[in-house]
Write a protein that binds this ligand. Structure first.
Ligand code: ATP
Ligand code: MG
Length: 801
């Protein structure tokens, strides 16, 4: 007989079909990585549309990144072969911006509000910490920002926090003052920070039920991907949206956003249907307030919810899955999932240990090259690392090897000073109440307006009860010298001119191309570009190029959004998230952090820096649940790979100008050893020091264990014994921590200036001096032929002669 959406179900396994076709108030899909959660969500939307159970405008789908949102929208349109205009598929933040742009006037903001990114809010907090003398209590802007962010994610404001805080503690009082002042400053600037976007939308819905009802009526189907990483505020938002509507159904669209109704005669409309998909093993944002309980308590929150489990993985080979399953199996407090695949074992996982991070990067570049020659597209390869700073060594080698690459994490571009300046110019036009933006451009380029004048302007504004921006228009009343007065008038004129282009006072709607035009006026007539062009600083040339790039971004924006406004543009660039790259990544290898990798998949994946202190990261050690969260992060990284997985590490790593010894990550030991084929094991690297391997061989004699790193003995130098089987959970950590320390103990090698040594690669040389202490002792050696080198004594393959 055939459902109208039968073709959408083709190829799905039974539980996937269930998840697509189930109808009811609440559906929870929990499943491991690569089991089709996102695909099912996409097909479910297509199915709702195809069967005419929903109009596109009744669908709200939440993804974790803008990039994922774009992909989902495209996929839905492909599936139903039609444009599905009016669907909201976006991140939590973008959805809230859209709501707030419409409703902000309800509670003291205007629709042209600015969005403060983390840097903006840090700058504001820095000023307030100083003003309230918070440093007397050891407050740093970063710490205060972190605390405020956390509170907002818990939906606490300064008042509610003060009610339960110990206000007899002066530090608490000052914190509360800063928090409250921060919130007032944001309101005055007509601005929201990132956390506010969610928290204030929740506040809006709670304080103005008639506004909430508009959205409750509109969105009949709410679908959330990556639900395991929602925080409390996001959870509350979903709850608000899925409540039953109190007013009459149907009048929301005709009433232009506001509804008036008599509660008595209003029939209750059922709440929206809610679908969430997630994997508690992939929860990696607890540090940002994500709460796994949102998943585990879903059935309690939504009684009668249907639960679907997906167990077949369609992404990875069995070898990759087995490794990932083994690692995540070491977390306690989790429900064991049976993830399987029918694609076969596939190639073994390749392991590599470099002497340094350059060595490691060279390995990655070589393997990328080899894959490319076997016909794998660059775009199908990705390299992951735990911290951004690790990308530098990779980039250096990739450039030298002419491997095209792309760093995922578009935010970096928008963090550049010149880009922030240019955006501040645009904000000064879009939202003149945003004092921080206006102050930022006051003396950029240098026009002789110093701190004294800035204070004068601020005082004048306060006295007159006008905004800082409006004070600029009254230059003659400020009582400043004629040169400064002229500079202020010039800035004012440029802002007015650009504003006429982008927000014409005639009320006419400016075309989306006006953003480009306005930006050119701002950068040109303010003298900003000229100042950079005339500068002798070679960096300024790059800055001009970056600004050209920004202008190109406005052009692309205009092309993609024929109706787009200046505000739309600013929203878009402010909400660029880690996974949203600036340009097309096709044709290049993608480099990104493990966090950014969430939800993505590649044929070949390189997980680099698999070392203690990186993954698990050093800072996680002291956090409750930290190492477990790191293990989930590592699990996310492994499960991105379809066919090939490479795990690499280095024995020494230079960071922050310091070389230190690195130890293999404990997570490596959790992978069954037969799954990894070591091209060069940690043992190989260590054994290059003759003295060392002799000592180790002796030690190994007694242990009787097989190789953890020696992959079937092929490269094996069976250095590391197997951990005992069936050990209690947790003991593996202690075990893993012990071993690497033992195997590379070169630490007791006495060296002093004048000693002669032999190095496996560099030959003989003379020690000039020894610096540092303990594990960080460095020998400065002049080699007879290789020249001067600095070596980390603990791990260098050296012997004293
Ligand atoms: P993650 O946990 O990493 O977010 P996921 O559960 O969302 O993963 P998807 O990204 O939806 O998984 O799917 C993983 C891969 O499996 C995709 O390439 C998808 O196209 C494919 N896939 C999903 N279901 C099927 C199926 N029934 N038949 C064939 N391929 C499938
Ligand atoms: Mg997914």
């Amino acid at each position: 007989d055939g459902r109208p959406d039968e073709d959408l179900l083709a190829g799905l396994n039974p539980p996937q079909r269930d998840a697509v076709t189930h109808r009811g108030p609440a559906l929870l899909i929990i499943a491991g990585a690569g089991s089709g959660k996102t695909s099912v969500l996409t097909r479910r939307i297509a199915s709702l549309l195809r069967t005419h159970e929903a109009y596109p405008s009744q669908i709200l789908a939440i993804t974790f990144t803008n990039k994922a949102a774009g992909e989902m929208r495209e996929r839905v349109q492909q599936l139903i072969g039609d444009s599905a205009q009016g669907m909201w598929i976006s991140t939590f933040h973008s959805a809230c911006v859209r709501i707030l742009r419409r409703e902000a006037q309800q509670f003291g903001f205007t629709k042209s509000f600015t969005i403060y990114d983390s840097g903006d809010s840090r700058a504001l907090i820095k000023r307030l910490v100083k003003q309230h003398e918070g440093d007397a209590f050891g407050f740093t802007p970063a710490a205060v920002q972190g605390r405020i962010s956390k509170l907002k994610n818990e939906l606490a404001d300064a008042e509610s926090y003060a009610r339960q805080a110990n206000m007899s503690d002066p530090a608490e009082r000052v914190f509360v003052e800063i928090f409250a002042d921060y919130q007032r400053s944001l309101q005055k600037a007509n601005a929201f920070d990132f956390d506010d976007l969610i928290a204030q939308t929740v506040y809006l819905f709670r304080a103005f039920p008639h506004v909430a009802d508009v959205y409750r009526k509109r969105f009949r189907h709410i679908l959330v991907d990556e639900y395991q990483d929602t925080n409390h505020a996001q959870y509350a938002l979903i709850h608000e949206l899925t409540r039953p509507v109190v007013g009459k159904a149907g009048d929301a669209f005709s009433s232009g956003g506001m509804m008036i109704f008599e509660p008595d005669e209003a029939p209750e409309t059922e709440g929206a249907s809610l679908t969430v998909v997630g994997d508690s093993d992939q929860s990696i944002y607890a540090f940002r307030g994500a709460d796994i309980r949102n998943i585990s308590e879903f059935e309690r929150d939504f009684p009668g919810a249907k639960v679907v489990l997906l167990e077949q993985n369609y992404r990875s080979t069995q070898n990759i899955l087995s490794a990932a399953n083994a690692v995540i199996g070491h977390n306690f407090d989790r429900k064991d999932k049976k993830l399987w695949t029918d694609v076969g074992d596939g190639d073994p996982i390749i392991g590599f240990t470099g002497y340094s991070q350059h060595d490691e990067a060279q390995f990655v570049a070589d393997e990328v090259d080899a894959l490319r020659r076997k016909g794998v597209d660059y775009a199908q390869m990705a390299v992951f690392y735990r911290t951004n700073s690790q990308s530098r060594a990779l980039e250096e080698i990739f450039i030298r090897a002419a491997v095209p690459y792309k760093i995922m994490g578009g935010t970096k571009f928008y963090e550049r000073a010149e880009i922030k300046d240019a955006l501040a110019y645009l904000v000064a036009v879009a939202n003149p109440a945003d004092e921080m933006a206006v102050r930022r451009i006051l003396n950029k380029p240098r026009r002789g307006i110093g701190d004294v004048t800035e204070t004068t302007i601020a005082r004048y504004a306060a006295d007159e009860g006008i905004t800082f921006r409006d004070a600029l228009a009254n230059g003659s009343a400020l009582g400043v010298g004629p040169r400064i007065q002229q500079a202020i008038a010039q800035l004012d004129a440029v802002l007015v001119e650009a504003s006429e282009i982008m927000l014409p006072s005639s009320g006419e709607i400016a075309p989306s191309t006006s953003v480009t035009e306005g930006l050119n006026v701002l950068l040109g007539k303010s003298g900003y570009l000229d100042a950079l062009r005339m500068s002798k600083d070679p960096q300024d040339e790059a800055r001009v190029e970056n600004l050209d790039e920004l202008v190109a971004v406005t052009r692309e924006f205009a092309r993609n959004n024929p109706e787009g406004t200046l505000l739309d543009f600013l929203t878009e660039v402010t909400l660029v998230s880690d996974a949203d790259d600036l340009d097309d990544a096709s044709g290049s290898v993608s480099l990104m952090t493990m966090h950014t990798a969430k939800g993505l998949e590649y044929d070949a994946v390189f997980v680099t820096g698999v070392e203690e202190d990186l993954i698990p990261h050093r800072i996680s050690a002291g956090e409750p649940g930290g190492p477990q969260e790191e293990r989930r992060l590592f699990y996310v990284a492994l499960t991105r790979a379809r066919k090939r997985l490479f795990l690499s590490l280095a024995m020494t790593r230079a960071q922050f100008g310091e070389v230190s010894a690195a130890m293999p990550s404990r997570f490596l030991q959790e992978i069954p050893h037969h799954l990894i084929d070591w091209r060069q094991s940690p043992g190989d690297v260590n054994s290059r020091g003759g003295m060392q391997s002799r000592a180790l061989n002796a030690r190994r004699g007694g242990s009787g264990g097989g190789s953890r790193f020696g992959g079937g003995g092929r490269y094996g130098d069976d250095l590391v014994p197997l951990p005992p089987r069936d050990r209690p959970a947790g003991s593996i950590e202690k075990f893993a921590n012990r071993i690497p320390a033992k195997i590379r103990d070169n630490g007791d090698l006495e060296l002093a200036a004048g000693d002669r040594i032999r190095h496996d690669d560099f030959g003989e040389g003379k020690v000039d001096m020894v610096t540092g202490e303990g594990a960080k002792r460095v020998a400065h050696v002049r080699f007879d032929t290789a020249g001067p080198k600095k070596l980390l004594i603990k791990v260098a393959p050296i012997t004293k002669l």
